[in-house]
Design a binder for this molecule. Sequence first.
Ligand code: FAD
Length: 289
Amino acid sequence: MKLPDFRYACPASLDEALQLLGDAGGSAKPLAGGQSLLPTLAFRLAAPGLLVDLRKIPGLDRIVVAKNGVQVGASVRWCEIERHEGLRTGHPLLHAAIRHVAHYQIRNRGTVGGSLAHADPAAELPGIAVTCEAQIELASPHGRRSVPAEKFFTGALSTLLNHDELIVAVRFPPWPALRRWGFEELSRRRGDFAIAGVAVFFDLDAAGRAANTHVGVIGAADRPFRLRAAEAQIDGTSVDAASIARAAAAAMDALDPQSDLHASGAYRRALVGTLLERTLAGALAGKGA
Ligand code: FAD
């Protein structure tokens, strides 16, 4: 790879990193795992004057599973999520979806913050964050703010991040132990970005009726999104074949996905309907992913 020229800094604290980004006035880029940024530089799609390496900043590499939810630091790598036993039960949907990210080598380097900032519409973590109503925690030289994931992603490869802001963590609401959930995606080869994917969860009341249904989709628009029309077909039902079929029909009515070299829009639309049927039926059976 022939990268453009840039200066390099490896700050030892968050404040120092934020100062460097602020002083650079938009000509600097944070560097995390480099799995998306370095190809971007190699293709000359970006040419920052300064790379600010985040790897020595303490405190961004923690996973906390607690009663009030799950917090994952920006520098946590995919492989650390995969190996985290607490997440397997503390947030099984997140844990399962991350196993679909890229290839082994990339999962050893790629990070949570890098994925959220890169904002690929087919990426798993942004989709799970939107589905689960996660909060993205941001820091800048002027202070901190917390943004709902659904507002954070503003288009393909685009977010609300300002040039002097860093993602420090993503925070998920608590995950009830008996929640039903599922995740399915289709990619041409294992490790490729998904053509499309679906995440679902719902809670069952004492009568076996679904409540709090959430359906999230990746790869079928310029950003991950909730399919509220499908959620409405599941809430209050016993998630039987009829309500699942109605949810899939509502999903396909609501979708108008893009065509690209991987799949036509019509194929993606049908794929989301099929994946939704599978995830809902699997979730009801307690299968997960
Ligand atoms: P980097 O490449 O270092 O940075 C990416 C962007 O985020 C840059 O703009 C950088 O400035 C910014 N950034 C990084 N950290 C922060 C931060 N804390 N705050 C603000 N901005 C920040 N991803 C998937 O989700 N699913 C896949 O199936 C998948 N397949 C892949 C296949 C291949 C062949 C490759 C090369 C990548 C694939 N990826 C996939 C992307 C991979 O997961 C990346 O690791 C990830 O998107 C970016 O993480 P990173 O830590 O490498 O970030």
